[in-house]
Structure formats: structure tokens, C-alpha cells
Design a protein around this ligand. Structure first.
Ligand code: AMP
Length: 115
């Protein structure tokens, strides 16, 4: 846990969130500023600031995160029409919260490339 991380505060229940999924390893919740009709963030409970901070010891965790996201996407009915995973990294990558999070975006056609 990191005391100045807003996603750690969400995990601790100090900041409210709309839960989509929770277990001992992951938490998923609705993005507060949705960029699409469905916009969910999947986060590990472990505080890892950015994807580039992950090491070999996180290989299983990251694989499980994608599989968990797949299950959530299916529950949200996204695979039929297609959807997108986004993992922003660093300032130029658009990362604003430094606790790894996988965006699940769907519910409308999505443009490419992103801005
Ligand atoms: P990123 O720009 O990739 O770091 O994504 C951070 C995301 O967190 C943005 O889409 C924000 O809208 C979202 N966000 C920030 N604070 C909250 C919050 N308290 N509850 C839910 N989503 C949040």
C-alpha cells in the first residue's frame, strides 16, 4: 500500500468507488470519468506504480489480471461487438494514477489511433 495513492485509498475503502469485481488479488470498479459507455478499471491490490515497475515476480499476477479482465468483459457483454484494453504508462502515455490499472473500454465503436 502507498499512503498517497488514490487507488490504494479506494482499496482501503477510504475513497468510495463503484465495485464491479473484488477478490484477494484484484479489484475492479467503474471509472469516475468514463470515456465510453462501459469503462472499468482493473487493479491489483499490490501497489505497483507503473507497468514498467513490474518484474519477473509479477508475471503470474499480470497474466491473471488479463484473464480477470476477460471475465469482466464477458459479464459486461463486450466481446460480441468488440472492446479495448488500455494500459497507460508514464506522462506521455497519459498515466495520471501511478498504481497499475487496466482500462476496459467498450459499448461504442472506438477510434484509432488514440489522441
Ligand atoms: P490513467 O490516466 O491511465 O492513469 O487512468 C486513471 C483513470 O482513473 C482515469 O480514467 C480517471 O478517470 C480514473 N479515476 C481517477 N480517480 C478515480 C476515482 N476516484 N474513481 C474512479 N476512477 C478514477
Amino acid at each position: 500500500m502507498s499512503s498517497d495513492c488514490i487507488f490504494c485509498k479506494i482499496l482501503q475503502g477510504e475513497i468510495p468507488s463503484t465495485e464491479v469485481y473484488s477478490d484477494e488479488t484484484f479489484y475492479a470498479f467503474r471509472d469516475i470519468n468514463p470515456g465510453a459507455p462501459t469503462h472499468i478499471l482493473v487493479i491489483p491490490r499490490e501497489h505497483i506504480p507503473a507497468i514498467t515497475d513490474a518484474g519477473e515476480e509479477h508475471a503470474e499476477l499480470l497474466g491473471q489480471m488479463l484473464l480477470r479482465a476477460n471475465a469482466i468483459a464477458r459479464e459486461e457483454g463486450l466481446p460480441e461487438n468488440g472492446f479495448r484494453y488500455v494500459l497507460n504508462c508514464g506522462e506521455w502515455g497519459g498515466q495520471t494514477v501511478f498504481h497499475i490499472h487496466l482500462h476496459i473500454l467498450g459499448g461504442r465503436p472506438l477510434g484509432w489511433p488514440p489522441g
